[in-house]
Design a protein around this ligand. Structure first.
Ligand code: COA
Length: 260
């Protein structure tokens, strides 16, 4: 796959996808969104990949938003389509079936904040800044931000960020639950890789069932969610990993999962 705006590599079951337009603070242009779709479509079915890390090139930005140059000609019809197409790419990421860790290495604004929100876990460097500044441009978040941000940090806090367009720093993002962890910038990729390796060392059937069950909380009632949980729990119980994990505990040894 020839990529112009992304870097992509796979190492020991961990894929790293880097948005690579540092001179534009990794702003998402049409090319970047199309390449994200292509790369994640491939990763979804690639049995060599268990966990994915998503980050931005350089030390200044994760992603400073969608490319504002490409917004200027939108009208009600093309704007709706623009938003829906972006949502599709971010939905693909959220529903990849493999854990996605956002390593947020600087500005995560607008579509950049929404991209981090579509990931399952967010680790931020100390210089990271988060915000939904779309109202400054006369628009609203259009890649799922109004929905995912409110679900993650609560409606009141999401409202404040979206209505004011204010940015918050990494420590405030940690305090409100927007990120899982804050580390010095030099340690960011190390922290992301350590978490990815920890997840990759588990039986991947349980990991995928857990992702599915927790993702479902975005959409469902407690009772429907629990029904799904019970079904997915049952799927795990049919796996070789389940037999291996329980046997290893009882035999006081480390499990050797085969993700079967
Ligand atoms: N779309 C297009 N280009 C962008 C961009 C975006 N979202 N964010 C940054 N860039 C470009 C700048 O135009 C500039 O390009 P140039 O060198 O060709 O002029 C380059 O990236 C560097 O950005 P600059 O603004 O000079 O850096 P800064 O350190 O002064 O400011 C920000 C950093 C993030 C505060 C500022 O770039 C910004 O506000 N960006 C837009 C954020 C936004 O509104 N995102 C939501 C879009 S829906």
């Amino acid at each position: 796959m020839h990529l112009q705006t992304l870097l992509f590599n796979i190492n020991n079951g961990i894929a790293t996808v880097t948005i690579n337009r540092p001179d534009k603070l990794n702003a998402l242009n049409a090319q970047a969104k199309s390449e994200l779709r292509d790369v994640f479509t491939q990763i979804k079915t690639d049995s060599n990949v268990n966990v994915v890390i998503l980050t931005g090139a350089g030390e200044k930005a994760f992603v400073a938003g969608t490319d504002i140059k490409e917004l200027t000609l939108l009208n009600s019809e093309t704007g709706k389509e623009f938003s829906a197409k972006g949502q599709e790419v971010f939905d693909l990421i959220e529903n990849l079936g493999k854990p996605m860790i956002a390593a947020v290495n600087g500005y995560a604004l607008g579509g950049g904040c929404e991209l981090a929100l579509a990931c399952h876990v967010r680790i931020a460097s100390e210089n990271a800044k988060f915000g939904q500044p779309e109202v400054n441009l006369g628009i609203i978040p259009g890649y799922g931000g109004t929905q995912r941000l409110a679900r993650l940090i609560g409606r009141g806090r999401a409202m404040e960020l979206i209505l004011t367009g204010n940015q918050i720093d990494a420590q405030e993002a940690l305090r409100v639950g927007l990120v899982n962890k804050v580390v010095p910038q030099a340690d960011l990729m190390g922290a992301a890789i350590a978490m990815a390796e920890q997840i990759a060392s588990k039986g991947q059937i349980a990991i995928r069932m857990a992702l599915k069950a927790v993702n479902m909380t975005q959409e469902t009632t407690l009772s429907d969610g629990q029904q799904l949980e019970a079904s997915l729990f049952g799927v795990c119980c049919d796996s070789e990993d389940f037999k291996e994990g329980t046997a290893a505990f009882l035999e006081k040894r480390k499990p050797a999962f085969k993700s079967k």
